[in-house]
Design a binder for this molecule. Structure first.
Ligand code: N01
Length: 533
């Protein structure tokens, strides 16, 4: 659909965002016979995979799992080239999906949704975009968990003479760092993937690290055709098995607790997981995120690996994280720690000497000044709530979602929020989302929402809203589950701790299988916990 289009019309549903979630939501709702319009800010589809084009960007969930399963033909046909797909390959896949299911004709690109207001008289949403106004019975936020870029407000940034980049808003034409003095701020997943690549080009790379991350080697490689054939021979079985695992991904969880076995056995298990590579390291034992002493054994194993890889002991110690392993999201890398052995890479610890100002020719920390030609902000996202709250959303009695969530997001099942009828969130706060394999989580939400809308339409019903009581109980439950784990023990974006002033609330729900069971139960009981009219 061309960018000149004016947004007009009355639709059964409006979907905000054309990433994995928005594309599949459109497909399902159209299958139900609904009129649907998708609005997308980007000049192309793909969401996360449209924006995050930084060097080295790839998914750290394996390709055979980080893909749709709703179409057996699609999953049989599509050829992934590597164990972990690159950003361009994932974007190509989504482009293929959009074409294969003829989705583009209902997607309006380069169109930001500014507001969505619920009209009680008609039980419809009035939606204002940059290109006009539409109305819809249902409004679905497919806005993504990690899409609203977090840019720290360093004084002086407007006077910086060189170029600045955010990993989540990378220029489409790419960036040539040859001969440049580059500063990377941040050491989360995006930084850990891009730093080894930038270091190969830059004259000198300064990495400004506030908190070190634990990273496990990816051991990425071309996919073995025999393995692909084996998965494809029973793709549904593979998906089903993964859906029964805690993260909804193929990370086999050990039946043993870490301290149940002796130190040699623990070391053998960690070594095996390190050699296999990837996020499955976290499930080497079944209590790593539950018991601090157990977690210490895994953390120390990784710290020892860092000490073995990084030649300068002082640099190795600065790179060695002290927090609970997995408390901030575990990273997966290709050559990250070894990059600090390069003569053109300097690690700058800003944990006790923060960045104070950006200067015209570089930046200054409390301890020293650094001359830089360009700065890469690998500073993450206003996670889970940022993109939804960027829209002025108002529910019954004109209540603003921003006000309702001022002390932290409140949802029922991460799917709806009381007082905002006919508004659905895909992988919203209070759902497993970022603590699960996102694509199956998205599919589960899309299917639940589509089934719910079909159920309402079959009965001639026009309105569904979570009850405050069901929502309160769910918020308490999400917090109770989190409090049984070590997740709340460190500053992470799961808690909103990376954005100054954001309320400190643990947002994702831990446990994909029980969550799916709960959603199914709610639906089977005629949408228990929702008011329907
Ligand atoms: O962002 P992050 P990300 N001064 O928030 C630092 C997914 N993802 O884009 O930890 C100095 O993790 C901040 O420091 P600290 C994945 O879920 C997946 O890397 O707050 N530093 C941190 O080091 C991931 O978790 C993939 O102390 C500042 C960094 O910036 C999520 O996206 C790839 C600062 C931000 O790290 C986000 O990852 C990429 C300041 N003022 C991303 N402000 C894969 O699938 C922030 N920082 C592989």
């Amino acid at each position: 659909m061309s960018r000149q289009t004016q947004s007009t019309g009355d639709f059964d549903a409006v979907v905000v965002g054309a990433g994995f979630a928005g594309l599949y939501m459109l497909h399902r709702l159209r299958e139900l016979g609904l009129s649907v319009r998708v609005f997308e800010v980007g000049s192309g589809i793909g969401g996360t995979w449209f924006w995050n084009r930084y060097p080295g960007a790839r998914c750290d969930i394996e390709s055979l799992e980080y893909s749709y399963q709703f179409s057996e033909e699609l999953q049989q046909e599509w050829e992934w080239s590597e164990r972990y797909a690159t950003q361009p390959e994932i974007l190509r896949y989504l482009e293929h999906v959009a074409d294969r299911f003829d989705l583009r004709r209902d997607i309006e690109l380069e169109t930001r949704v500014l507001s969505a207001h619920f009209d009680e008289a008609t039980a419809r949403w009035a939606i204002e975009t940059e290109r006009g106004s539409v109305s819809a019975r249902f409004c679905v936020l497919a806005t993504g968990c990690l899409s609203s870029a977090n840019m720290p407000r360093f004084p002086g940034i407007e006077r910086f003479a060189g170029a600045t980049y955010h990993t989540g808003r990378w220029p489409h034409e790419g960036v040539d760092f040859t001969g440049q003095r580059v500063g990377v701020i941040g050491t989360g997943s995006s930084a850990i993937q891009s730093i080894p690549m930038i270091a190969e080009q830059a004259a000198h790379l300064f990495v400004f690290q506030r908190t070190p991350s634990y990273s496990i080697p990816a051991h990425n490689a071309p996919l073995d055709p025999g393995y692909v054939r084996q998965i494809r021979s029973d793709y549904a079985g593979f998906r089903k098995q993964n859906s029964q695992r805690p993260f909804g991904a193929n990370f086999p969880v050990s039946e043993r607790a870490a301290l149940e076995v002796d130190a040699d056995e623990r070391a053998r298990e960690y070594e095996a997981r390190w050699r296999r590579g990837g996020l499955g390291f976290m499930t080497a034992f079944n209590d790593l995120i539950l018991d601090r002493a157990a977690n210490d054994t895994a953390a120390e194993f990784v710290r020892d690996k860092i000490r073995a890889i990084v030649r300068d002991p002082a640099v190795a110690e600065t790179l060695a994280p002290k927090q609970v392993l997995g408390c901030k999201r575990l990273c997966v890398d290709t050559g990250y720690y070894a990059t600090f052995n390069r003569p053109n890479v300097t690690l700058v610890d800003v944990s006790d000497a923060p960045i104070e100002a950006i200067l015209p020719g570089g930046l200054r920390t409390r301890r020293a000044a650094y001359e830089l030609d360009c700065i890469v902000f690998a500073t993450g996202f206003d996670a889970m709530t940022g993109a939804a709250l960027a829209i002025d959303i108002r529910g019954t009695s004109g209540q603003a979602l921003r006000e309702k969530w001022a002390e932290g997001p409140r949802t029922y099942l991460g799917l709806g929020t009381a007082g905002f009828p006919n508004l659905f969130l895909i992988t919203g706060p209070g759902s497993p989302s970022v603590l699960s394999n996102m694509v199956p989580s998205i599919e589960q939400h899309v299917e639940w929402i589509a089934d719910c809308i079909a159920w309402l339409r079959e009965r001639g019903l026009e309105r569904i809203d979570a009850t405050p009581a069901a929502e309160d109980a769910w918020v308490v439950h999400v917090n109770e589950v989190a409090s049984l784990t070590l997740y709340p023990s460190c500053n992470s974006w799961y808690l909103g701790a990376n954005v100054p002033g954001k309320p400190r609330v643990f947002m994702p729900y831990l446990g994909f299988p029980p969550y799916v069971e709960k959603c199914n139960e709610v639906a089977a009981r005629d949408y228990e916990g929702f008011t329907i009219g």
